[in-house]
Design a protein around this ligand. Sequence first.
Ligand SMILES: Cc1cc2nc3c(=O)[nH]c(=O)nc-3n(C[C@H](O)[C@H](O)[C@H](O)COP(=O)(O)OP(=O)(O)OC[C@H]3O[C@@H](n4cnc5c(N)ncnc54)[C@H](O)[C@@H]3O)c2cc1C
Length: 163
Amino acid sequence: MRLPVSVRRRYERLSSLPEGFLAFGDAICSFNPAYGQGMTVAAAEAVVLRDCLLKGSSQDLAQRFFAGAAKLIDVPWDIAVGADLRYPEVEGPRSAKVGFLNGYVARVHQAAVSYPAAGGVFLAVANLMAPPTRLFSPGILSRVLWSAVPTWPSARHRRASAA
Ligand SMILES: Cc1cc2nc3c(=O)[nH]c(=O)nc-3n(C[C@H](O)[C@H](O)[C@H](O)COP(=O)(O)OP(=O)(O)OC[C@H]3O[C@@H](n4cnc5c(N)ncnc54)[C@H](O)[C@@H]3O)c2cc1C
């Protein structure tokens, strides 16, 4: 898709910014387009900017906006970059959190085979319509744990194996 990397620029970490300067959308963070998040994030940033304009002064507008945008970007960034890091050829640091989440999401996919609601929640989270905590709601968590339990061979299967 002509975008070889996901890029996140941490404007919120700058101690001083040029006056009247604001970055937005892909200029703050561009994701692998495969996950279809960029327009949603840009639209959500517009809401953050609106709220910043309604509250506080224009003096620290950029700092407040970048801080709000950073919080917003954390989730889609973790989803997109974490999912890309499943592939061994993708370069980037693989934290314990990335490993845990990718393992958990793989189990959610497995659980969705027999429990379609798990698939629905996964799609809602991936499409930024629900917070990632929904993946850990009791209903999904119990199905994920259940799907991890090894299934014992049925009596018929045992007989067939013995034969
Ligand atoms: C192949 C592909 C598929 C995608 N699919 C999805 C999807 O399904 N869902 C989704 O949510 N997101 C998707 N995205 C991401 C989405 O397109 C971007 O995140 C979104 O367009 C970012 O908006 P933006 O305004 O920041 O940048 P852009 O939409 O890139 O707008 C920047 C504009 O600035 C102009 N420009 C650049 N330089 C200058 C200059 N020097 N002077 C004047 N103008 C300039 C450009 O011509 C452009 O019109 C996809 C991206 C790609 C590449």
